[in-house]
Each structure stands twice: as structure tokens, then as C-alpha cells.
Design a protein around this ligand. Structure first.
Ligand SMILES: Nc1ncnc2c1ncn2[C@@H]1O[C@H](COP(=O)(O)OP(=O)(O)OP(=O)(O)O)[C@@H](O)[C@H]1O
Ligand SMILES: [Mg+2]
Length: 508
């Protein structure tokens, strides 16, 4: 052999032996014809014991019960023979002692000058470490996903073009989507028009919460069904190697909080209203008290003068006007005093049905009823209540007078009583066939001095007085219905059923 050839063979063998991966050369018949140093070291077998064996025999010796590549349908060596290309196979090796490792076997063809596969070179790489890293990564990814999915806040992330990349369960619920990454949902469709743009602008504006951050902001989001929902959101730009790669938003539904805030505001304004009514009441009481005395004087002396000058005196009619007007003033004062009445009330046990009858009898001016059909539908059930009888009677009169006014003294007035056993309440409904109450007045009719009647015809104190009395007696007064067919007021008082004393008269 010439020297150069010898030299070449020598260095080629050395290269083969110096390869850092266990490597063997196989014939197309799967027979091992060469193994490198690394393989001998790795498997602790001398070259002589390996040459001439098939790869199958060799691996069987070392791999216990694990599957061999050649027992499977796909043998990468055959594949390489077939197409003359490189192939690889990733395998998990389970050792007899229970340990395991991962191997990546790479098969490359050695071709002759005609491009036919003469031999196949197989190198075995231990990829256990990278596999373990991959698994750690997978575990971390799964853990992060669980954190994300179990968050009570809705979380959405989108790429730089605005395509939604991620939506956690809370976000799917809030926005009403079943998120599918391939559906190409755009972040702008999660907001009413223009809102997404504004958020992006603020995100990039250093003036809001620092660069790449959006501090807590109130916006409306748009659900899949087109509903707008108020939310509180924060947002951030996600950077990768200093470059903007995605954006994310965290959303909290504000509906519940806004509803309770609204209720609180309403309660506050009701309190303010109640205080206003109370101070108006004190003012009214003061004024009424002061005016009452001079009015009594005017009336007394007016009547004296009227008697003195005789019927035929030319000033007689003027005096009549004076007296009439003073009487009207006295009535107003009386109403004011009733409105501002002290809340000391005397309680009585009586039947609601009796209240209806005696209140109607108390309306002195029976002329008012000439063209009115009064219909009484009184309950057969016992309806004992414990309340201020005189004041409650005043409530019935106020409601009846209003009803007569609304009907312009023509129509049907219905007084109905019934029991609400579930709520343990006695109910009295007073209905008319009058004009009804326009929607815009509904919130004001219980306000003191609210009237739609001509000046001198009404003070607007009737319903506010009735309201105060019913409340003082632990009851409720409300408009049950109103419209062009008429109006129906409902007064509810707690039934006094627990009392041991059963008044026979109250039955029926
Ligand atoms: N049954 C009803 N049908 C239609 N409107 C009504 C009825 N009851 C009350 N209203 C409306 O509510 C307003 C307030 O009633 P309220 O009894 O407080 O005062 P008023 O009747 O106007 O004056 P007054 O102090 O003389 O009673 C009335 O002016 C009227 O517009
Ligand atoms: Mg009235």
C-alpha cells in the first residue's frame, strides 16, 4: 500500500474514532461493519464483539424490554436505503433499573459514485437533557395557563396587528366568545367603535401610567351579542428583546358595583328629600301657627261687622268676599298644620272596612257625589289594623277628594279592601275614572306644594300629608295604576293579627 493511501485511511479512521457521538456503520443488510471509539466506551463492548452483528442484536442486548426501531413498521435505516436521504428517530429508552433516557438516532447514507446507498452511518445522540428542559418548559407553560385560566379577572392578549392570541375563561364569559385562535378575532371588535384606538394611544403615551402601561381606566366593552358592558381595565405592552411584541388587557366587570353605587346614591337622595320634607314641615308649622291667630281675629271681627251693618248694606257683598277668602286662608293653614303635624299619634285597633265607611260619612259636602257612583267592594275577611284612626281617615278623605277632582265630579269611585296574607297586610284601593296622572308628574305628586290645580284651588299638600300619615302608621301608599281610564291609589297597613283580642264587629 502506498504511503499516502495508508495515511489517508489512518486519518479517516481517526476522524471516525474522534466523533463525540457513538457511531456505527451498517450494510444495507443491517450488519455492523464498523463502530467508533465512543460507541465502544458508551456500551463497554470491544469492537470485535460488535462487528458482524445486526443492529437489532446489538440494541437488544442493551435495551431490555424497550421497543426496537426495527420491530416497528418504520425502520429509519430502510427509509434511508429507500430514498438515499438522512432520517432520524427519537426514542425513549427505559432501562432495566428503571432509569430512562432519550436518544436521537440519526441515519445518513454513504453513497457510491452512482448515488446508490452503499452503507448507512448511524450516530446516537443522548438528548435526555434537552428533553428534560423541554418537559420543564411544558410544565411551566401548563402552570401559567392554569394561573391565567383561574383568574377571576378577564385577560386578553393580542399581537401587534391586534389579532387576539389569548382569552382566559373569565374573558370568554365577559365578552361572550368561545375563543378559537384560528378565528382571527380582532381586538377592536371587543370595544365600541373608536375605543380600542384610544386605549392603544394611551398605552403608548408616557403621560398615562408610564410607557407601555395603562393605569386603571373605565371603559365600555362590546360583547359578541353587541351588548355594552362597563368595565375597569388595566393594560400593558409586552416587550421581547426591547421590541413591542404584544399587548394585554385585564378587565373587571363593573355592573354589580355600579348598581350598588346607584342604589346608595338613591338612598342618599331619599334621605335628603326626607330631611327637606321635615324642615319644610317645621317651617310650615311655624308659619301656620303665626297666621292662625290673626286669621281668627279677622274672621271674628269680619263676622261682627257683617252682623252690625245689616243685610242691605252696600258693603255687605264686599264683606262676604273678605270672609270667604279668610276662610280659604284658614283652610290652607289647617292643611299646613295637618301636613306638619306632630308625629305623636294615638293608636287604635279598627277594621279597614269601618275606616272606609266612616271616612265617607265625614265628607261634609255630599253634593260632590251627586253625579258619582260610589262602589264599595269590601273584603269579607277580617282586616284589623292598629293605627291612628283619625289620621287614617284623613288619608281616605284626601284620596277621595283627589279622585273626585280628577273625575270632575262625574264617574265611578271605587273603594276596595282586601287582605294580602302573604305579607300580612290590609289593602285599601281607591280608584277613579278620572284623567289619570301624566308620566312626568308621577315622581312629584307626593311632594309638598306640588299641584296641577288652578291657584286657589289646591295647595298641593294633600298627598304629601297622606304620605306622611301612612308612613307614620308603618304603612305604604303608592299609585297602583294610572292612565286615561283613571287612577288607582293603594294604601297598605300591617294587619294586627297577633292580638289575642278578637273583636266580633271586625268580622266581615
Ligand atoms: N286621583 C288622581 N287623579 C289624577 N291626578 C291626581 C289624583 N290625585 C292626585 N293627583 C295629582 O296630584 C297632584 C297633587 O295632589 P295633592 O292632593 O297633593 O294636591 P292637590 O289636590 O293639588 O291640592 P290639595 O292640597 O288641595 O289637596 C294634584 O294636583 C293632581 O295633579
Ligand atoms: Mg288633593
Amino acid at each position: 500500500m502506498n504511503f499516502h493511501l495508508q495515511q489517508e485511511i489512518d486519518w479517516r479512521l481517526r476522524v471516525f474514532d474522534s466523533l463525540s457521538f457513538p457511531t456505527l456503520i451498517l450494510t444495507p443488510e443491517h450488519t455492523i461493519i464498523a463502530v467508533n471509539q465512543k460507541l465502544q466506551e458508551a456500551y463497554g463492548l470491544p469492537r470485535d464483539e460488535l462487528i458482524g452483528k445486526t443492529c437489532r442484536d446489538f440494541f437488544k442486548t442493551f435495551e431490555g424490554n424497550s421497543d426496537l426501531p426495527c420491530t416497528k413498521n418504520i425502520c429509519p435505516l430502510d427509509e434511508t436505503l429507500k430514498d438515499g436521504m438522512g432520517h432520524s428517530l427519537l426514542r425513549r429508552i427505559q432501562h432495566k433499573d428503571g432509569s430512562e433516557h432519550w436518544e436521537d438516532r440519526v441515519f445518513s447514507p454513504i453513497l457510491n459514485d452512482d448515488g446508490e446507498v452503499l452503507y448507512v452511518i448511524e450516530s446516537i445522540r443522548d438528548v435526555t437533557r434537552s428533553k428534560a428542559l423541554e418537559k420543564d418548559l411544558q410544565d411551566i407553560r401548563e402552570f401559567l395557563n392554569r394561573v391565567l385560566q383561574s383568574s377571576a379577572s378577564a385577560i386578553v392578549a393580542a399581537d401587534r396587528e391586534g389579532h387576539v392570541l389569548l382569552m382566559n375563561r373569565a374573558a370568554e364569559e365577559l365578552f361572550g366568545y368561545v375563543f378559537q385562535p384560528e378565528e382571527q378575532l380582532n381586538i377592536s371588535s371587543l370595544y365600541p367603535p373608536g375605543v380600542a384606538k384610544g386605549i392603544m394611544k394611551k398605552l403608548r403615551d408616557d403621560g398615562y401610567g408610564g410607557p407601555g402601561k395603562l393605569p386603571v381606566t373605565r371603559v365600555n366593552i362590546l360583547t359578541a351579542l353587541g351588548e355594552q358592558i362597563p368595565v375597569e381595565m388595566t393594560g400593558a405592552i409586552i416587550y421581547e428583546d426591547g421590541r413591542e411584541s404584544a399587548t394585554m388587557g385585564v378587565y373587571n366587570d363593573l355592573r354589580e358595583r355600579l348598581t350598588s353605587e346607584k342604589k346608595l346614591l338613591e338612598a342618599q337622595s331619599q334621605l335628603v328629600q326626607a330631611e327637606k320634607m321635615a324642615s319644610l314641615g317645621r317651617l310650615a308649622a311655624g308659619v301656620a301657627h303665626e297666621i292662625n291667630n290673626p286669621l281668627t281675629g279677622i274672621l271674628l271681627y269680619g263676622n261682627l261687622v257683617k252682623e252690625k251693618i245689616g243685610k242691605d248694606h252696600p258693603l255687605q257683598s264686599n264683606l262676604d268676599f273678605i270672609i270667604e277668602d279668610v276662610e280659604r286662608c284658614r283652610d290652607i293653614v289647617k292643611n299646613l298644620l295637618a301636613y306638619s303635624r306632630q308625629s305623636i299619634t294615638s293608636r287604635d285597633r279598627f277594621s279597614l272596612n269601618d275606616l272606609v265607611d266612616e271616612s265617607l260619612r265625614l265628607i261634609r259636602d255630599q253634593k260632590l257625589f251627586i253625579n258619582v257612583t260610589v262602589q264599595k267592594e269590601l273584603s269579607q275577611a277580617r282586616m284589623p289594623v292598629n293605627a291612628d284612626r283619625n289620621n287614617m281617615s284623613q288619608v281616605v278623605i284626601i284620596l277621595v277628594m283627589n279622585a273626585l277632582d280628577a273625575m270632575n265630579k262625574k264617574g265611578t269611585l271605587t273603594l276596595k279592601t282586601y287582605r294580602d296574607d302573604r305579607q300580612k297586610k290590609g289593602c285599601l284601593e281607591i280608584s277613579d275614572t278620572g284623567t289619570g296622572i301624566p308620566e312626568e308628574n308621577l315622581s312629584r305628586i307626593f311632594d309638598p306644594f306640588f299641584t296641577t290645580k288652578a291657584p286657589g284651588k289646591g295647595t298641593g299638600l294633600g298627598l304629601s300629608t297622606a304620605y306622611g300619615i301612612v308612613k307614620d302608621n308603618n304603612g305604604e301608599i303608592s299609585i297602583k295604576a294610572t292612565g286615561p281610564q283613571g287612577t288607582s291609589f293603594l294604601v297598605e297597613l300591617p294587619l294586627d293579627l297577633d292580638s289575642l283580642y278578637v273583636d266580633e264587629e271586625m268580622i266581615g
